[in-house]
Design a protein around this ligand. Structure first.
Ligand code: F6R
Length: 248
């Protein structure tokens, strides 16, 4: 894991946006699609604002971008303000020229009996797109990536999972109260994430310092799912000073 420590969220987000923009343009020049894996939550908001700015002010086109989001609550309506579908449209997709048919987000509306097939299909769609070129990740306070909570194994694929109480509590600010936070989610698995050709994990603020330290410095284990990233050969963590504070 290579670690890149930046002064603050703004400069860290700019570094990541520049990496994404470079890849999109490089693929454009080669006449190829650029397949991005995307995260939601508070961490990527500044990143998406910067990408939207680059689209408006610098002519960065998303015309060749195919996106796959990591996860979505289950169950949730696509138009619910807390849904990751709404989040992505508000913060990025509605601000840029990505083709609607190139957007993929796990569907929080499907019937329970259809979830298995939909998850298998999500994996197939990623493969059919040629695999993920660059996966963007945040990290949970408990070391989760996507919604792969502690205990998620290295071979996990896209599936329905239970959210831990600590994750529901961390995300409760989006909802009227904690009982409204969905108890489940559909998430890419650890193996889905590990197949990406390049991975960038971002973490900002002191609340992430312990998880970051464990992910980078502890022996890899299911206890801290982000620690599995140590086994990938092209991963960088972009951190602000506070999130990096625990690193030795
Ligand atoms: C979101 C996701 C999660 C978040 C993590 C951190 O798509 O996959 O792993 O990245 O929970 O959330 P924030 O950024 O809100 O602190």
């Amino acid at each position: 894991i290579s670690v890149n420590i930046q002064a603050d969220v703004k400069s860290g987000s700019k570094v990541i946006a520049q990496t994404i923009a470079n890849l999109i343009r490089q693929k454009q020049q080669q006449g190829q699609n650029c397949v991005l894996g995307l995260a939601t939550g508070s961490s990527p908001k500044t990143l998406y604002a910067e990408l939207a700015r680059m689209h408006k002010e610098e002519g960065l086109s998303f015309g060749n971008v195919i996106s796959f989001n990591l996860d979505e609550y289950y169950p949730i309506s696509k138009e619910a303000p807390q849904s990751y579908n709404r989040f992505m449209h508000n913060h990025l997709f509605d601000q840029v020229d990505i083709k609607p048919e190139n957007i993929h987000i796990p569907n929080g509306e499907i019937k329970k009996e259809d979830i298995k097939a939909a998850c298998a299909d999500y994996e197939k769609q990623i493969e059919a797109a040629g695999g993920i070129d660059l996966q963007i990740l945040g990290i949970g306070n408990n070391g989760h990536i996507g919604f792969n909570e502690p205990g998620s194994g290295i071979y996990t694929r896209t599936r329905l999972v239970n959210l831990t109480n600590s994750t529901r509590l961390a995300n409760a600010y989006e909802f009227a109260n904690i009982s409204e936070v969905p108890r489940m989610a559909i998430t890419m698995g650890i193996s889905t994430i590990m197949k990406s050709r390049q991975i960038i994990l971002m973490a900002w603020g002191p609340a992430k310092a312990i998880a970051v330290k464990k992910a980078v410095e502890d022996e890899d284990s299911e206890i801290v799912p982000a620690s599995f990233l140590q086994n990938h050969d092209n991963v960088s963590f972009v951190l602000d000073e506070a999130a990096a504070a625990g690193l030795t």
